[in-house]
Design a protein around this ligand. Structure first.
Ligand code: TRP
Length: 338
């Protein structure tokens, strides 16, 4: 029996996590881990769907993404951190779900469509990649999650998951409830170059693990507002990523200064450098406690491994219990005493 409601979320292990991940999903999982039973997946199997030829990258990222989660405040006493590839039940559930989804439906997924275009797959898309929304449904439903904190780009995966729930329950037996997405405070964070999305492949990211010096360099190079050739030309602060970040990461303490900078900017009374210096302060203040926690765990690699081991064991138990129910519903329970 579940006492608390449950969260399942996770990250593709393709590299370190950045500010976009923070506002899209990390912030919510940290905030909610006390009130939900929280499972956080290192999605190495999903990472392989578009990085199958780069297993070393995926393996290293499992460790880095674990550190990122611990660094932002995921508490291993409250949340279960586990490795996807260690849970074979997810793969089994994926196979059963594949019967319930058509190829046409998979191809309509807007996030998958955009990613396919970005990766230039065309008609040579690997089956595993196209299939990842089904696999993600299996991630979520293996843990019978109620809530999935995730960025806006995961909304189509949740829609797909709910469709699978309805189809499964109608075809076999009522096993699953429909989970909801919990989108972050900022559903999609712009990149440092002004691109609509912060993304490693676009090279416009600030990592949670960036040093103060690197943050400074990246901010100084940020895209601002190309119509503003001189500081004395007044310009809108809207869609200027420097101001967007100030709004997102500034605390109450910064609000007077930010409001003032906005007024000055619109009137052409402040230069980009001064605004960027304010952002450097804001970001480094935000990142400092994250860096400290990261350093703590970096110095204790055996502890990090133990956290993953313990979490994976718990996750295995839970996924096995779900799969048993699924197999019973599908009349695949041949040897009842196994
Ligand atoms: N697709 C997510 C990402 O791009 C990772 C992920 C895998 C996930 N399985 C999930 C997120 C289940 C939420 C729920 O990072």
């Amino acid at each position: 029996m579940k006492s608390k409601k449950r969260i399942l979320t996770g990250d593709r292990t393709t590299g370190k996590l950045h500010l976009g991940h923070y506002v899209g999903t990390l912030e919510n999982r940290v905030k909610l881990q006390g009130s939900y039973e929280t499972y956080i997946m290192l999605a190495d199997v999903q990472a392989l769907t578009d990085n199958f030829a780069d297993p070393q990258k995926v393996r290293e990222a499992v460790y880095e993404v674990t550190l990122d989660n611990l660094a932002v405040g995921v508490d291993p006493n409250k949340s279960v951190l586990f490795i996807q590839s260690e849970i074979p039940q997810i793969a089994e559930l994926t196979v059963f779900f594949m019967n319930l989804v058509t190829l046409a439906r998979l191809k309509r997924n807007p996030t998958v469509k955009a990613e396919m275009q970005q990766k230039g797959f065309g008609s040579h898309v690997p089956v595993g990649f196209l299939n990842y929304p089904i696999s993600e449904a299996a991630d979520i439903l293996s843990f019978r999650a109620d809530l999935v904190p995730a960025g806006n780009d995961q909304a189509p995966m949740l829609e797909q998951t709910r469709e699978i729930v309805r189809k499964f329950n109608a075809t076999y037996q009522n096993v699953f409830a429909e989970p909801e997405i919990k989108v972050g405070r900022v559903p999609r964070l712009v990149g440092t170059d002004g691109n609509a999305k912060m993304s490693k492949s676009l090279g416009n990211v600030i990592y949670l693990s960036d040093s103060a010096e690197v943050v400074k360099q990246k901010v100084m190079k940020m895209y601002t507002n190309p119509v503003r050739k001189h500081a004395h030309i007044g310009a809108s602060t809207k869609s200027n990523p420097v101001f967007l970040y100030l709004d997102v990461f500034g605390t109450k303490r910064h609000s007077i200064r930010i409001t003032q900078l906005k007024h000055q900017y619109v009137k052409g009374e402040v230069g980009d450098v001064e605004v960027k210096e304010a952002l450097i302060d804001v970001l480094n203040e935000f990142l400092e406690p994250i860096r400290k926690r990261r350093a703590y765990y970096e110095k204790r690699p055996e502890l990090v491994i133990q956290i993953l081991k313990d979490g994976t064991k718990k996750a295995q138990k839970e996924a096995a219990a779900t799969l048993k129910q699924v197999k019973r519903a599908m009349q695949l329970d041949y040897f009842k005493d196994f």
